[in-house]
Design a protein around this ligand. Structure first.
Ligand code: MN
Length: 292
């Protein structure tokens, strides 16, 4: 697992992804000690890839991208126009990841990221799976993969547990579609932090590290010891990315959708360094279990 890239979500640094925001997030991610920056691509059509490519090259950083679809681009909708809009957005997001030299598009890319007031319909599920299959085929042409983020019940009505994600991935039936687990969401929905990682095994493609209140790692309820032990047990080698949100940094759409109402930290330089040390420290400790 020493080959995992350790990353940081760009929203730790800025909520504005204009040229200055892109440059700042890459520079700060590098300074905190990470290998990779995860860009939020809520609007991949307006993202300045040229600026991002230059900043990544200048700092020797890798990139990935994530997004949550909106009600207007919800591929689990029963409205064909909404589904088509979502497919076009995802296709463009895949292209952006390729341009950035990344390998994965992750996040809530299979539905809108919102509190649904009704359960998923059979037609909605069919639309979601069909679209993800076509987006995966496009990603495969570029040598890229997708990772579907399992999130809590207030952010989607499709994938709330790892096992639901595995069943969905099997229906998609593409080798370049994997599961993306996030400790913040697992802490709400799963029975423990160990089993979902083992259940996913080689189909785990992307990992988010977030505390139960999305603030400083080690100050909440998440059982990180079990989580990292499980990652060690399956020999996980994919990206491990720190995610934290505070009202200290606001992205107008995303912060509201995620319910970021409180200030959980002010000094993001210190927060980022702490998270980088926390993740690498746990990985080093877990590696020693091989010797037991
Ligand atoms: Mn996440």
């Amino acid at each position: 697992m020493s080959s995992s890239l350790i990353g940081c979500h760009a929203l730790v640094w800025t909520g504005t992804f204009d040229a200055a925001g892109i440059r700042l997030s890459v520079e700060k991610t590098k300074q905190a000690g990470f290998d990779l920056v995860e860009f939020p691509l809520m609007d991949p059509f307006s993202f300045d890839t040229a600026v991002a490519i230059a900043a990544l090259e200048a700092h020797g950083m890798s990139a990935s991208a994530s997004l949550g679809l909106s009600p207007a681009t919800d591929i689990s909708s029963e409205d064909p126009e909404v589904v088509a809009a979502g497919e076009a957005l995802l296709m463009r997001a895949v292209d952006v990841v390729g341009e950035l030299g990344g390998t994965q598009l992750c996040g809530v890319i299979y539905s809108a990221m919102k509190k649904y007031m009704d359960p998923l319909t059979a037609e909605g599920l069919e639309n979601s799976i069909g679209t993800i299959g076509r987006v995966a085929d496009h990603a495969a042409e570029l040598g890229l993969s997708l990772a579907l983020e399992v999130v809590n019940r207030y952010e989607t009505n499709i994938l709330n547990t790892g096992r639901q994600a595995l069943a969905y991935v099997e229906k998609v039936g593409r080798p370049n579609v994997a599961v993306h687990l996030d400790s913040y969401h697992m802490n709400i929905e799963e029975s423990d932090m160990y089993s979902p990682v083992l259940d996913c095994g080689a189909q785990l493609g992307y990992v988010h590290i977030g505390e139960s209140h999305r603030g400083y790692l080690g100050t909440g309820n998440v059982d990180f010891d079990s989580y990292f032990k499980a990652l060690g047990r399956i020999g996980y080698q994919g990206p491990i990315v720190f995610e934290s949100f505070s009202s200290a940094v606001v992205a107008p759409d995303l912060s509201r959708m995620l319910g970021i109402w409180r200030n959980l930290w002010e000094d993001n330089d210190e927060l980022g360094r702490n998270a980088n040390d926390f993740i690498r420290g746990h990985l080093t400790a877990v590696k020693s279990i091989d010797l037991h």
